[in-house]
Design a protein around this ligand. Structure first.
Ligand SMILES: *[C@@H]1O[C@H](CO)[C@@H](O)[C@H](O)[C@H]1NC(C)=O
Ligand SMILES: *[C@@H]1O[C@H](CO)[C@@H](O)[C@H](O)[C@H]1NC(C)=O
Ligand SMILES: *[C@@H]1O[C@H](CO)[C@@H](O)[C@H](O)[C@H]1NC(C)=O
Length: 314
């Protein structure tokens, strides 16, 4: 195998990324959001971090830090909910990561989750994992290959997270580089290649844009077709912080922002209201939705809230 230097890898990936993602509709972020549900409890009590849909089996999963776990432990809880927000099951993960984003993928009637794994000293996952969701079970990051596949899409990255475009069957990866090329990058792969551990031909690979935002925290990302969606913002706090949640779309073929950052007021009346996660879902009727998640409620009794946008432009 030829081992490329980091600079050569980025140059090669950048050349491969030239206009290879086919065109698709784009969500209009200026249009209103609708409620899926508000104020739903998860299995554990902490803030939700992100969520994912198994679009084939029509299942919803929400990630949060496990009760009592330190941020550095990487211990997560994944709750399965129905689309009215009722709990259907949960799974505990030990030593995985922070949970800023993850994906779900059908394999027959089973759901496989794609998450970060091998939490580093700050609690962020160094690699990606793929494993079968098993309600009521606990999976450790040290489990064997029969239970847990691990991947390193970008060998030099110190951190990997992912999301899935369930309509176009793509794995969207956000990774962190240090040194000369330091920063957060986005790369996109066919899920069929990714399952085989083949990350040699990214459909896109670029440095994530860092537009000026009103909030401090990056809170989630996903993609639908040609466009990537990014979410930022902070929880309300005692100082009376105002709505600062913002969304932007980015063209995967240019790496440039197309719309936004635009303020979203979805769930603006929620208590606490921390933006937490983005995901795409296509309904049985064929309506494609960009979902936005928010944590709400009091410490020790945080709640899950999901909203969606569904107006696209050609
Ligand atoms: C990301 O890389 C930066 C250096 O660019 C480093 O300081 C930071 O700790 C890394 N973060 C993670 C979570 O690996
Ligand atoms: C990896 O995926 C690319 C793109 O789909 C394909 O062209 C290539 O043959 C694959 N490599 C292997 C070893 O399967
Ligand atoms: C978006 O969803 C709302 C609420 O479910 C619905 O009334 C509206 O018709 C949908 N719009 C589109 C373009 O699908």
């Amino acid at each position: 195998m030829v081992r490329l230097s980091l600079a050569a890898f980025i140059a090669l990936a950048a050349s491969l990324a030239t206009a290879v993602v086919p065109n698709s509709p784009r969500f209009d972020l200026s249009k209103p959001s609708y409620d899926l549900f508000r104020h739903k409890t998860l299995h554990d009590d902490t803030v939700q971090q992100s969520f994912a849909f198994d679009n084939t089996n029509r299942r919803l999963f929400v990630a949060q830090r496990r009760n009592g776990a330190s941020p550095e432990s990487g211990d997560l809880c994944i709750t399965q909910l129905d689309f009215s927000g009722k709990q259907l099951g949960y799974m505990h993960l030990s030593g995985f990561g922070h949970g800023v984003s993850f994906g779900a993928q059908a394999d027959g009637s089973a759901t496989y989750l794609w998450t970060e794994v091998d939490a580093n000293s700050k609690g962020y996952g160094k690699r990606l994992a793929r494993f079968k969701f098993g309600s009521g079970t606990t999976l450790s990051s040290t489990s064997g290959k029969d239970k847990l596949q691990k991947f390193t899409p970008v060998p030099d990255a110190t951190e990997h997270t992912c999301s899935i475009d369930p309509v176009h069957n793509r794995l969207v990866v956000r990774y962190n580089l240090s040194g000369k090329d330091k920063g957060k990058y986005i790369s996109v792969y066919s899920l069929t290649d990714a399952i085989k551990g083949n990350f040699s031909s990214p459909l896109a690979n670029f440095k994530q844009p860092l537009p000026k935002t009103q909030g401090e925290n990056f809170q989630g990302y996903t993609a639908y077709g040609r466009y990537l969606y990014l979410l930022w913002g902070d929880s309300y706090d005692a100082s009376g912080r105002k709505v600062n949640s913002e969304l932007a779309s980015v063209d995967l073929n240019t790496g440039k922002v197309v719309q936004g950052p635009l303020i979203t007021k979805a769930g603006s009346t929620l208590e606490f209201r921390e933006p937490e996660g983005l995901a795409v879902y296509k309904t049985a009727d064929g309506q494609v939705r960009l979902f936005l998640g928010f944590a709400s409620g009091k410490a020790g009794d945080r709640r899950s809230n999901l909203f969606y946008k569904n107006v696209t432009v050609a």
